[in-house]
Design a protein around this ligand. Structure first.
Ligand SMILES: [Mg+2]
Length: 259
């Protein structure tokens, strides 16, 4: 059939037809959407920073060290370990101290979110609902949060029902390791997944870097914590102001919005 087609058609036409066929096949393959949480799906109104700060202060970390901590794109483990190391704690004491800090962090986080719930960014809830209707799309989490912290934030923003799996900050201090683990699990559970069928969506350059580390399609939203110019310099596959553009990208029906 292909031979007859090649004899009947000039080479450029054959090439275009093959490209179109490949594009159609790629379009039909299942897509895996890996979302960062803070600054991407929701804004916790500083609850995470306040809770972590309170827990670190209880562990003897000086207030100025806590204030200087940058959270964006980092895993919870990395943040806590760096703060404890900077405070001069003995390396042998770090694992025990970290466990104490993270336990206290969850208590403070729950209290903070109770007082002021996290809020999802515009159209996040609608997009996740639209994805749920698609058999060829599966959402997951790729986040530096420890699992219990992620759950508290998502439930506070009423987004908890949309995710059945994820890779969290308890897996490694390095965000790229989280992405590698996510791809490993996807490929083990789905009979081989092409990295370009995996989308990493986040609000920091660290999200872009970890997505690129596994060859995924990277999407940076400028509605989060890092300046748009810095995100643009990191050259994600897609740089978008918010979730509105993701409806177009994934051919999802836009919800009716009250004007
Ligand atoms: Mg983030």
């Amino acid at each position: 059939m292909v031979i007859i087609f090649k004899r009947l058609c000039p080479a450029p036409v054959v090439l275009l037809a093959l490209l179109a066929y490949n594009a159609a096949v790629m379009d039909r393959r299942k897509k895996f959407l890996l979302f960062d949480i803070d600054g991407t799906l929701l804004h916790s109104g500083g609850a995470g920073r306040r809770a972590l700060g309170a827990a670190l202060c209880e562990a003897g970390v000086a207030a100025e060290v806590v204030e200087a901590i940058s959270l964006a794109g980092k895993t919870d483990r990395r943040i806590v370990l760096a703060a404890l190391r900077d405070s001069g704690h003995h390396p042998a004491a770090l694992p025990g101290l970290m466990a104490d800090v993270l336990e206290s962090y969850l208590v403070h986080l729950a209290a903070n979110l109770e007082e002021r719930p996290a809020r999802p960014y515009a159209l996040v809830r609608e997009l996740l609902a639209a994805v749920r209707e698609r058999a060829d799309m599966e959402p997951g989490l790729l986040t530096g949060n420890i699992p219990a912290g992620a759950r508290l934030k998502l439930e506070s923003a009423r987004l908890g029902d949309h995710f059945s799996w994820g890779v969290y900050g308890d897996h490694s201090e390095e965000r790229s390791d989280l992405a590698r683990e996510a791809l490993r699990r996807l490929q083990a559970g789905n009979g081989g997944v092409h990295p370009r069928d995996v989308f990493v969506i986040g609000d920091t350059c660290a999200d872009i870097a970890c997505g690129r580390a596994i060859g995924a399609v990277t999407i940076a939203v400028t509605s989060g914590f890092e300046p748009a110019a810095e995100l643009a310099a990191a050259a994600p596959d897609h740089l978008v102001p918010g979730f509105r553009q993701l409806f177009d990208l994934w051919d999802l029906p836009l919800p009716r919005l009250n004007s």
